[in-house]
Ligand binder design. Sequence first.
Ligand code: TEU
Length: 577
Amino acid sequence: HHKRVWWKEATFYQIYPASFKDSNGDGWGDIPGILQKIDYIASIGVDVVWLSPMFDSPQIDMGYDVSDYEAVYAPYGCVEDVEKLIEACHKNHMKLILDLVINHTSDQHAWFKESRGSKDNPKRDWYFWRPARYDKQGNRMPPTNYRSYFAGGTWTWDEHTQEYYLHLYDTTQPDLNWENEDCRQAIYNSAMRFWLDKGIDGFRIDTVNKYSKVLPLIDAPVTDPTNDIQPAAQMWCNGPRIHEFIKEINRDVLSKYRTYDGQPVVTVGELSLCSDAESVIPYVSALEKELDMVFQFDITHLGQGPPGCNDKYDFAEWKLPEMKRIVEKWQCFIEGTDAWTTVFNENHDNGRSISRYANDAPEWREKSAKMLAIWLIGQTGSLFLYQGQEIGMINIPKEWGMEEYKDVESQNYWAEAVRLAEDGTDPTRKERIGYGLQLMARDHSRLPFQWDGSINGGFSTGKPWMRAHDNYKSINAASQEKDADSVLSFYKRMLRLRKEHKDIFVYGTFELLDPDNLNTFVFRKRYQEKTALVVLNFTTTPQLMSGTEEMKLLVSSQSKKIPGTLQPFEGRIYINY
Ligand code: TEU
């Protein structure tokens, strides 16, 4: 009963520009590099390229700190290069969407420079400025007790005007004040219309549910008495005016544009701390005219402690049934509605899926990759892949030191853990956070793409901004293109298969079977009289299975197919038609 629309059936492919392909040897990926690889991208069988931020930026948060929406970070190229990329994608029947980062700018953005210039600057109110508080001893204190995402508080003191400004992320990422109408109009013109007018086909919208803060800004409840800053996501996630703002974006900007082939442009929002289906529906219900779909992150939060605790790297083990319940929830929440969902297990903010959800040891790596591919293509929703996933790239080797982790979040968490361990506040924190980072740091997915067996995996002839993985000789696109059994060849086949059977895979209803089984993940898809059964072994030992006797085997991720038994990390799909 889901209405058919192009973006529901599309496979999206995320490109992280810094790490995809360096064309000029400066160690940074760039847009000409992406252009060189356009045939490769098209050959995977994807329909939409999502390019992570390539805007001008001091790169404190890898481009999620934009200093000019209308310019391109020079090492990545120039606006004209992006225009060429738009054209090249369209020529290859692919659409191109950009990242829309509008909760905050860089502190180097002209708007913020003006805003911090004086208290009576016309742009003062485009950001959140607040006076200090003072404790009984007369010490200056920030206006509220919020903990930021990258460790530390959300307020930075500005000497010049003697006030604090708010930043949910790094201190160099001041939050824009969406309450200010002029500010919103400037965002629409500069960050959105500028690129839509150049022919892009939509946006992935960063931090989409954080634009409306709960006002006035007051202290969050104290949930961690040992700390002077508190998790406070409820003060900015899904705030009072958020739906009004998103409706305005849609009505005033997005609805006025079409893709290159005359369809409505597409939006996918990044939704954090929104874990009940009823709160997600208004963002993605077609009738509401807000967003086409969102990423919901329960799955990437597995093992990250209580939601909203903002202590993501303090990892706790999880069991397969927890993951199955999460998948079930976000597969089923659209049933009987006009809403839509997304399917993904990697992006630039997470560890690699093989390392995180399966097993990246040499003997299991490829099997895990193929099993996870089956897991993804069997699910309902729009499918998102992240660069390198299609060749089975894995996490940073355990032997690498913390100096190889470049991400501001990793560095801040690590520095904080060292401090808290060394001053005796939390003596085991260093080991715990170190482990969490090895599993989940955002750095893992940001290593250079592994193109071939030459130096730096063929990513760059210079010194890459992040070290290339040690395993690029055995894991790379060139060798996998020649090998019919490779992870890459398997992904290509699976993406085709998903399209051939889109009724059931893209649009079907989802039913979780055997929910408490700790080892296998089994689900049934239905579309009218058609049925498919997806059976996955998430362990290193063979697992028995039943219920497939009457069905036809559509695909297995392994060549040795034993009836009634799944091999370690084997995935299969059976159908009844
Ligand atoms: O992420 C926003 C977000 O919701 C964070 O919770 C995110 O999961 C991050 O990894 C913090 O742990 C977006 C971008 O995807 C991220 O790369 C940026 O750092 C962030 O916005 C700030 O712009």
